[in-house]
Design a protein around this ligand. Structure first.
Ligand code: IMP
Ligand code: ZN
Length: 341
């Protein structure tokens, strides 16, 4: 029998559905922003290549979130760096063979630059649009994130922005942030408002033990989310509920979970192995924060082949199934069917 040709994961058309904008900025791009600011005397921050040495990917839940609050948000803190980094993220995904990406970001006022949260979202959308002109093979949409530490008023503010920018490419809302903080049940009215407005819903789910109480997981499932992210510390009865939800998307992030030690063991132990064959839910491999964990989407697929021994047809079939759970409409789905078959 003829041997199966090797898959070239970079040129394989891919869909990315779980990528945090700021966490997807490459160290090279952060360094470029820093160099310009330093030359203009606009920053006294340390070089990103020293703060985040190129080979370092072992950020865990304790070191990961402060990286943003104490460093990256202080560097990417004005319109110019926001637009530059957003374009760079989109271009990097396109260069990796990603043909459709849903970026997500937490609206953040940039006080130094006189930008409120609405101005932030507007700038991100503008930069995405500009980057797409340079990389027309890639189509992008935006998801707005509520941070777990947000108040209900702030959460409603995020929904208001998502509703206001729906025509410009905002398709959904997310709840993210430090899983050891906050109480998601607060956000039930905000989620209901989002759904009533036709926004889709994806939620970070059982990412750490602290965010995996049966009460929290049942609350999230009661919202009937369209997709779930991570899905790590899930008790058996909740697994059965998820398995019974035909068409729910599961955004699984292998390198992130392994490098951040969010799972016990290495790639072979990842719950991708448990979920990818289950009928009903649609498993989509995602990067989460490629700028931090350093593994582009093409490499996530390579890891899947290496550690779970999927055959070529299984990989292509799984990649195509992702189309069912994107948050864009039928035209975009048809375009992806054309590209991925
Ligand atoms: P941003 O929302 O575009 O600023 O992207 C970075 C933010 O995404 C971080 O400050 C976190 O709040 C959130 N984030 C990134 N990765 C994760 C994750 O794995 N779990 C929960 N939140 C995350
Ligand atoms: Zn995430």
């Amino acid at each position: 029998m003829a041997e199966e040709p090797d898959l070239d994961f970079k040129s394989m058309p891919k869909i990315e559905l779980h990528a945090h904008l700021t966490g997807s900025i490459s160290r090279k791009c952060l360094h470029e922003i820093w160099e310009v600011k330093r030359a203009a005397g606009e920053t006294d921050l340390e070089d990103p290549l020293i703060v985040m040495p190129p080979g370092r990917h072992d950020y865990d839940l304790k070191t990961f979130f402060p990286l943003f609050s104490t460093y990256i948000y202080n560097l990417v803190n004005d319109l110019k760096s926001l637009e530059y980094s957003t374009k760079s993220v989109v271009k990097n995904f396109a260069e990796d063979g990603v043909v459709y990406v849903e970026l997500r970001t937490t609206p953040r006022a940039m006080t130094v630059a006189g930008l409120d949260k609405s101005g932030y979202v507007e700038a991100v959308l503008r930069a995405i649009k500009a980057a797409q002109l340079e990389a027309p093979s890639l189509h992008a949409r935006l998801i707005l994130s509520i941070d777990r530490r947000n108040s209900i008023e702030e959460a409603h503010g995020v929904i208001a922005l998502a509703k206001g920018f729906q025509e410009q490419g905002v398709v959904a809302i997310d709840i993210c942030g430090d899983p050891t903080k906050g109480d998601v049940s607060l956000f039930t009215p905000a989620i209901e408002e989002a759904k009533a407005a036709g926004l889709k819903v994806t939620i970070h789910f059982a990412e750490a033990e602290a965010s995996a109480s049966e009460a929290e997981l049942n609350t999230i499932l009661s919202w009937l989310p369209d997709r779930l992210g991570h899905v790590i510390h899930v008790p058996e009865d909740i697994k059965r509920q998820i398995a019974a939800r035909t068409g729910i998307g599961l955004e699984l992030c292998l390198s992130c979970n392994v490098h951040a030690k969010m799972i016990v063991g290495s790639f072979e132990a990842h719950h991708f192995g448990e979920w990818w064959r289950v009928d009903g839910p649609v498993v989509v491999p995602c990067t989460d924060d490629v700028g931090v964990f350093g593994s582009p989407l093409s490499n996530e697929w390579r890891l899947i082949q290496e550690h779970f021994k999927l055959q070529r047809a299984e990989i292509l079939g799984l990649a195509r199934k992702g189309i069912d759970v994107i948050f864009a409409g039928d035209d975009e789905k048809s375009r992806l069917i054309g590209l991925m078959w």
